[in-house]
Design a protein around this ligand. Sequence first.
Ligand SMILES: [Mg+2]
Length: 283
Amino acid sequence: MTPSVAEGAPPDSGAGGPRFAPGRLIMHRNVRHGRIGWVRPGRVVSDDERGLLIFVAREAPVAHEVTEAGLGMRAMPFAEWITSSYRLELGRWTGPALLKFLPVGAAHSVWWFSDEAGRFSHWYVNLEEPGVRWDDGDVAGVDIVDQDLDVVVRPDRSWRWKDEEEFVERLAFPDHYWVTDERAVRAEGERVIARAEAGEFPFDGTWCDFAAPPDWGPPDALPAGWNRPQPADPRALPSPAPPFPPASPTPLRSRDLAVSAPANRASRPISRAKGARSRTAGG
Ligand SMILES: [Mg+2]
């Protein structure tokens, strides 16, 4: 009999680290130039040759980078953001429960959004550098670099780019921006779009009816170690990343909710009025 993951050393995922056991809480982190951009905890639904699937509960504790004044990156021009000083702010995920799928080795993840009744509403393709996994025993996670440009795919497989204006704005600051190859990001998006149009996995209905186990509610808080420095990786920048500063101990306020609402932004792409660009933290 083939030993299960639980019985032996975890097999390599083929994606920069060991596989994670189903049910485990891990940190999905966006790390840009060695600084945490956002952190979302999710439970592992499955982790196999297809990739890593995690579930982020509604009201999950999250963290994201803000300026000293408490403003998110999208609340100001990028030219101003890059000259700011930063801290990490704790908050709560204000969007719907999410499934996030990180295909092995791929430069994107696919998120399943649901409506108020919990029914599948659309896919969200988050273009990002392939995840780098880490496991400290008590806490584990996968670090990506969010490349900002996204694709929203509706159930009928029609689609549209999202946040292209911000992507273009930031590309004008190559010394500061974490995306260095615009064409590669767009090309990855186009590959995923072709798959979506064809209704291929994972746009074939897989996981659209997913229901989380009832005991997979949000954890009370991010576990200690959620903000550990990113692991050494060949893809890491040549300059060593400094240790992350401790997260702000500030208690939750309504402001935290306001700036930690990428899901709201992401979940209303179809109805969003032209020119009504949201300025909340990005997804
Ligand atoms: Mg994105």
